[in-house]
Design a protein around this ligand. Sequence first.
Ligand code: FMN
Length: 328
Amino acid sequence: MEHSRVIVARRSRRAFNDRPVEPQKLERLLEAARWSPSASNRQPWRFVVVTREAPTRLAVEGAVDAGNAWARRAPVLIVTCARRADGAVSEGREYWAHDTGLALMSLVHRAVDLGLLAHPLAGFDEAQLRAAVWLPDDVQPLSITAVGYAGRHEDLDADTRAKDERPVARKVLGEIAFSERYGELFEGSLRAAPERYFEADLGLRFRDLDAMGHVNNAVVVTLLEHSRLMIFDAVYGPVETLDFPFILAEITIRYRTPIQLVDRVQVRMHVTDVARSSFRFRYQLRDPRDGRVFVEAESTQVAYDYRAGHAVLLTAVFLEKLGPFVGG
Ligand SMILES: Cc1cc2nc3c(=O)[nH]c(=O)nc-3n(C[C@H](O)[C@H](O)[C@H](O)COP(=O)(O)O)c2cc1C
């Protein structure tokens, strides 16, 4: 999954499914943590993986606070700890907990990337946890992360459901980010959502179907290409093919449900990131009648001078015209 989507998709939800986590996936989480940065590359983090089958499991579950009882349902509990003496110290500043937090974030993001739910918790009894997993005295437990596949929200008890339903809130950017000196407001300009989405109907033809009876995967690439032409046409006006100033650098497509000939297919697209010479489109192909999403996709376009054969800067005129479609 694209990293920006991982950030948006990650949530500390509490409903877990009984489905076990594949050992290879667990290993991938730990690998993600292993490659995290740390001051002087000291890598102070340590993880104790406790699956449902582990002989230490019951004792770890017992260390979890009653208010976090939902975590006992998670197929895997990962105890994150660190030895203070393993961390770097710079002018008296200790980096062991800082760096272990970075590693846990990598682990959590990789979990989301692999379709897992990972919820860290600090609500545990330290003495019980130490005893449960035999932590040496100089190793500090920092959190337990419940890991597994998401379950049904309706299966949670009423109190836990209420916690899960609380809207996610964050401090505004001006509270956490300053410009030039502490306390000087950092002025943000990014919009959470675009002012406008580009929407257009895409007509399907019988020849778009394949032997499986649904719109062929490769045809979807063409539908997205056609969508780009339509939005460029709307933004720029008609352009000669040779003067077409972009080249496709990357495209990712997630096929969510097959498109049938009877479906009505509409593209809904906007721009996410704008750089000096490139920008990204995010698309949905959906049926506007019932909102079913067939395809989600993302692509990167680079402004390109075909005659000179190299990338060029996006023009101010183009950026201005594209402006309403940028957000998210
Ligand atoms: C170190 C740490 C400890 C946490 N401890 C708990 C906890 O004991 N119980 C709980 O339900 N959630 C716990 N959380 C989850 C936070 O409540 C959650 O991250 C926060 O409310 C923001 O919500 P979000 O993660 O869904 O964006 C913890 C998160 C972190 C990073």
